[in-house]
Design a protein around this ligand. Structure first.
Ligand code: PRP
Ligand code: MG
Length: 207
């Protein structure tokens, strides 16, 4: 079974859950530039990919299963099964603005974000006209430099907002890591995938 894991801190945490559930592959934690790791005995192969690419690997079947943030599922709506909330990597999708900012509802709101679909849906639900400025990072700078009125972005500790004199306006949705599966893999490797799913579910419930 091919497992796509998100590179980085969350990925290492998530791998630990797989390992504790009995699907270890110790080589994966060694410092190296290697991206693919296999434990033949367990029939499992892990690979590290950019967090935002996990869903593409799983949707197209290059990975049978993977772990991805709910933010990415909401944004790109991949055609996959969302099997389990891993209850880690918790954060929130929020609207934030400069501390002294006041919403003048009369004009089109300029929203800077990495998540245009989430922003569109949120403001669509309020029938608010917005102009989306799609950025790829450092979103917090946009309202400071007058590029946007507000931002829609992920907030975890709130440190980035505080350091940039921004404050929360509204919460859009709670985010956490999800275990996902390719649809046909779930049909043809049901037993293997369910074994991992059950292992992970018991790790989640022990937390
Ligand atoms: C993420 C997110 C926020 C920050 C939230 O950015 O976009 O900027 O982390 O975390 P905090 O509330 O704990 O400060 P990231 O570090 O991934 O950088 P990027 O936005 O430039 O991609
Ligand atoms: Mg950021």
């Amino acid at each position: 079974m091919n497992v796509a894991l998100p590179k980085g801190r969350l990925g290492r945490k998530v791998y630990q859950m797989f390992a504790d559930a009995g699907f270890e592959c110790p080589e994966l934690l060694e410092e190296s530039r290697k991206l693919i790791f296999e434990n033949e005995e367990k029939g499992i192969r892990y690979f590290w990919v950019k967090p935002s690419d996990v869903a593409s690997y799983v949707e197209r079947g290059a990975a049978d299963v993977g772990v991805v943030g709910k933010d990415i599922l909401l944004e790109s709506k991949p055609d996959v099964y969302e099997l389990l909330d891993l209850k880690c990597g918790k954060c929130r999708m929020m609207v934030a603005a400069p501390k002294d900012w006041q919403d003048d509802t009369g004009h089109t709101l300029r929203v800077a974000t990495k998540f245009p679909e989430i922003a569109r849906k949120f403001y669509g639900g309020k029938s608010r006209d917005i102009d989306i400025i799609k950025l790829n990072g450092s979103i917090e700078i946009a309202p400071i430099l007058g590029l946007s009125d507000v931002i829609v972005d992920i907030v975890e500790t709130g440190n980035t907002l505080r350091a940039n004199n921004l404050e929360i306006q509204e919460t859009i949705v709670d985010i956490s890591a999800r275990f996902i599966s390719n649809k046909s893999a779930f049909k043809f490797k049901t037993r293997e995938i369910e074994a991992v799913l059950e292992g992970l579910a018991s790790e989640v419930s022990e937390k």
